[in-house]
Design a protein around this ligand. Structure first.
Ligand SMILES: [Mn+2]
Length: 484
């Protein structure tokens, strides 16, 4: 296969995906485009000169004369640039393998294809790995994932999980407390260890991978926290998300939920899951459970998409007035259980607060569902708070948050200026709610994408936690004590 065919094959492999994310598909072509545009420029038929008579076939431009010029130019950060890696599709008989290769070695790749054996390529790509790649290969199986046959085991050893936490922590430390992100992007709400729902969303609406069925090269992914607790697969969920963060540090984004906190995930299931499945003593300072929580303390608490959409786990409560004040919060960040200072109250508001029951309830009111003892620290905020916040933080015009189970997987509040998104279906087996992701198109149109509950073959929730701490009711909230 020559270079043009290799690029054409890789382009068709990336661009042909029938889903409705058409702007993203266009983006996929655009990203893979620069090698293609080099070809266009090389073709004299595009010069616009008048021409009569028969056009001879244009010979391919010789490789020696086309030293990938765009890749060699020094560009300032943020300039348009060509990816140093190119997709190629190796085809043989009825099988194919799409692979990433360095742009510098593309010529070599084109020669190799005539003699290479497809299976040998697969074997080679399975060999070069880090723990994050191994975890992704094993867990990112949107249509085929099944729980481990041994419910007390886990794919990775405690030592490997520990290494994954270290790698994730390094990435998180290098990034900001409030992320600045671009559209197109998919925003996910709470998953709460319901790993099967994550796989189902990936299967229906594409997954963060660079292989078939994946769209990570055409859009980013943002997860709004509450990865762990409640569901039976917190380890699968958090390990896959951490692995994706390590593999795609600027395309996968994780922000913190109220369950990414040792005080909370010690009682809602995650600590026991670590003890049982990693065979460790969580109280050991070097346990995986402690390492996860140390990484959680470095998760950002907010993200802003295209300067227009603020994303948080809980909300703005009564005390969050500007994005700037969140941006300057120092990490590692500890969450006080009973906030004593204005700073601690702000953290509680970001991670714990909810919108009021509906648009007719303004102001800041007690959150009786989450704060049954009436300390008054966990609040609900009215639509007037949302309006005021957005006005003060122009050009922001929307808040996306998670944290509450909503029946359709997403729900609008404050006249559509705030949206709640929740990705776990049939939360804790109780609510029969849909799960959703919000796809933010390049033109900033928000497109909800839903899945509905399915019959489950195995127990998906921690029975002990279920019994002792029933799940938070979906909106509209019904009064219920002792729930989160
Ligand atoms: Mn939450």
């Amino acid at each position: 296969m020559d270079i043009e065919r290799a690029i054409a094959a890789s382009l068709s492999g990336v661009a042909v995906d029938g889903e409705a994310d058409s702007p993203a598909d266009a983006n996929a072509v655009a990203e893979a485009g620069p090698p293609g545009s080099t070809l266009d420029m090389a073709a004299p038929t595009y010069t616009g000169r008048e021409f009569t008579g028969t056009r001879p076939a244009t010979p391919p431009r010789s490789r020696a004369l086309a030293p990938a010029p765009a890749a060699r130019v020094d560009l300032a950060p943020g300039d348009v640039k060509v990816s140093p890696q190119v997709y190629v599709s190796h085809e043989k008989d009825f099988t194919h393998l799409v692979e990433k290769v360095a742009i510098e070695t593309l010529a070599e790749e084109g020669r190799k294809i005539h003699t290479s054996n497809v299976m040998a390529n697969i074997a080679r790509s399975a060999g070069d790995e880090g723990v994050h790649n191994r975890c992704i290969n094993a867990l990112l199986q949107p249509t085929t994932w099944q729980p481990d046959s041994n419910p007390n085991g886990f794919l990775l050893s405690a030592a490997e999980v520990s290494r994954l936490c270290d790698m994730t922590l390094e990435v998180l430390k290098s990034q900001e407390m409030v992320l600045r992100l671009r559209a197109p992007i998919k925003v996910y709400g709470d998953i709460h260890g319901q790993f099967l729902d994550l796989m189902r969303l990936f299967a229906r609406y594409k997954a963060p991978s660079d292989g078939e069925g994946g769209d990570i090269d055409s859009m980013d992914y943002l997860f709004l926290g509450d990865f762990v607790d409640r569901g039976a697969f917190s380890l699968e969920t958090v390990c896959l998300l951490f692995s994706l963060k390590v593999k795609y540090p600027t395309q996968i984004h994780l922000i913190r939920g109220n369950h990414e906190d040792p005080t909370i995930n010690a009682i809602y299931g995650f600590r026991d899951e670590c003890r049982r499945r990693l065979n460790e003593e969580p109280e050991d300072p070097e346990s995986c459970w402690n390492k996860f929580n140390r990484a959680f303390e470095w998760l950002p608490v907010g993200a802003v998409i295209e300067d227009k959409i603020l994303c948080l786990h809980g909300g703005i409560g009564g005390s969050v007035h500007s994005v700037a004040e969140v941006r300057t919060m120092q990490r590692p960040l500890y969450v006080a259980q009973i906030p004593q200072t204005p700073f601690e109250q702000r953290i509680t508001d970001l991670l714990w607060s909810d919108p009021s029951d509906n648009d007719s309830v303004p102001g800041v009111t007690a959150n009786e569902t989450r704060d049954p003892d009436g300390t008054g620290r966990i609040v609900k905020f009215g639509p007037d708070r949302v309006e005021e916040f957005l006005e003060k933080n122009s050009p922001l015009s929307m808040i996306i948050r998670a944290h509450e189970c909503v029946m359709d997987g997403f729900e609008r509040f404050a006249n559509g200026r705030l949206i709640t998104v929740f990705s776990a279906t049939d939360y804790c087996g109780h609510h029969k709610n849909a799960g959703a992701l919000l796809f933010v198109r390049r033109d900033l149109t928000i497109v909800p994408k839903l899945i509905y509950p399915v019959e489950r073959m195995t127990t998906m929730w921690d029975p002990m936690v279920m019994q002792q701490r029933p799940p938070t009711p979906p909106r509209p909230a019904q009064a219920s004590r002792d729930s989160f």
